[in-house]
Design a protein around this ligand. Structure first.
Ligand SMILES: [Fe+2]
Length: 321
């Protein structure tokens, strides 16, 4: 990890990539978060500081009911989920193209977490990795612990690595993680080419709290008829993504509920997305979607009836199936 913190000029250079309006809006909100020491992501009853209190109660309940140890073991029991996605517009040359999705690492929550993720992903084969945001546990403050832990997780990965920022992330980590080999898609896209065929990967900035996403920029230069995959921290962009002609959307943010009733029934979610989008496979019009339960955990290193996951999205050409 590079030693120097990012220079102001490096941060301001990101405006050209993500768009001036989106950059300024995000920077202002990040500053507000710092000034208020994070007292205020979310609205009404769903505010993260309320959730913090709520997680204090959950911690107590889990300990009193003796579920804590099991829930803590579950946090490290990261599942490898395989999701086959049959796409009408995927060129035959990309049949079998595999994207490994990691999301909501909240990588600084527990010191043993980076090694646990490394053990799970080391034997996997894939063409590229997509990290759909939330590297840090807190929504404000020092990000160096999460950045260091994220670099540790990714240090042996040789495939191309793409990422988007979540509502727990700061622009400050972008230059440091990019120096370590990650490529952020800040309302940008990247293309894979095989012969004369192309597959586009687009990423938008956080649509949940910062609302600094911009589809037009993310789709700049992408032919309308091309096969395109969207990385979005939250699935709440599903309607617009479908309207914009994306073939597949992968998201995180929801943690699948993280602490659920038996059968995976979600106890608490932020209502930014409908229940059908909280985890797993879904569809909106012609677009297919997938919401990961997340690789890490929020606030407490526990999971109940909602195991953490890394997801292998295997893209299949409809004409070949
Ligand atoms: Fe998260």
């Amino acid at each position: 990890m590079r030693d120097q913190p990012p220079q102001p000029a490096e941060i301001h250079a990101l405006a050209q990539r993500m768009g001036n309006r989106e950059f300024t809006a995000r920077l202002q909100l990040e500053q507000q978060m710092r000034d208020r020491c994070g007292a205020g992501q979310g609205r009404g009853a769903f505010r993260l500081e309320h959730l913090w209190d709520m997680y204090g109660c959950i911690r107590l309940c889990l300990k009193v009911s003796r579920f804590w140890n099991r829930a803590h073991r579950n946090y490290f029991d990261i599942q490898v989920v395989r999701n086959e996605v049959v796409l009408d517009r995927l060129p035959a040359a990309f049949d079998g193209f595999t994207i490994l999705q990691l999301t909501d690492l909240h990588a600084d929550l527990h010191p043993d977490f980076p090694a646990a993720v490394q053990r799970v992903i080391a034997p996997l084969s894939y063409d590229c990795m997509a990290l759909t945001g939330d590297f840090r546990t807190c929504t404000f403050g020092d990000h160096s612990g999460a950045t260091r832990a994220s670099i540790e997780i990714l240090k042996d990965v040789t495939a191309p690595r793409f990422a988007t920022l979540g509502n727990h992330d700061s622009l400050e980590k972008v230059p440091i993680l990019e120096a370590a080999g990650l490529q952020f898609l800040l309302n940008e896209n990247s293309v894979f080419r095989r012969g004369g065929d192309a597959l586009y990967l687009a990423g938008i900035d956080d649509p949940n709290f910062y609302k600094s996403h911009n589809f037009e920029r993310a789709l700049a230069g992408v032919p309308e008829a091309a096969c395109k995959v969207l990385l979005s921290h939250s699935p709440q962009t599903y309607r617009e993504a479908s309207r914009r002609g994306f073939d597949f959307l992968m998201a995180g943010h929801t943690h699948g509920g993280q602490i659920c009733l038996p059968g995976g029934r979600v106890l608490v979610h932020d209502h930014s997305s409908p229940r059908r989008l909280l985890s797993g496979v879904w569809r909106e019009g012609q677009m297919q979607g997938y919401t990961s339960r997340g690789t890490g955990a929020s606030r407490l290193p526990v999971r109940l009836n909602c195991p953490p996951e890394v997801t292998l999205h295997v893209l299949r050409c409809a004409k070949r199936v």
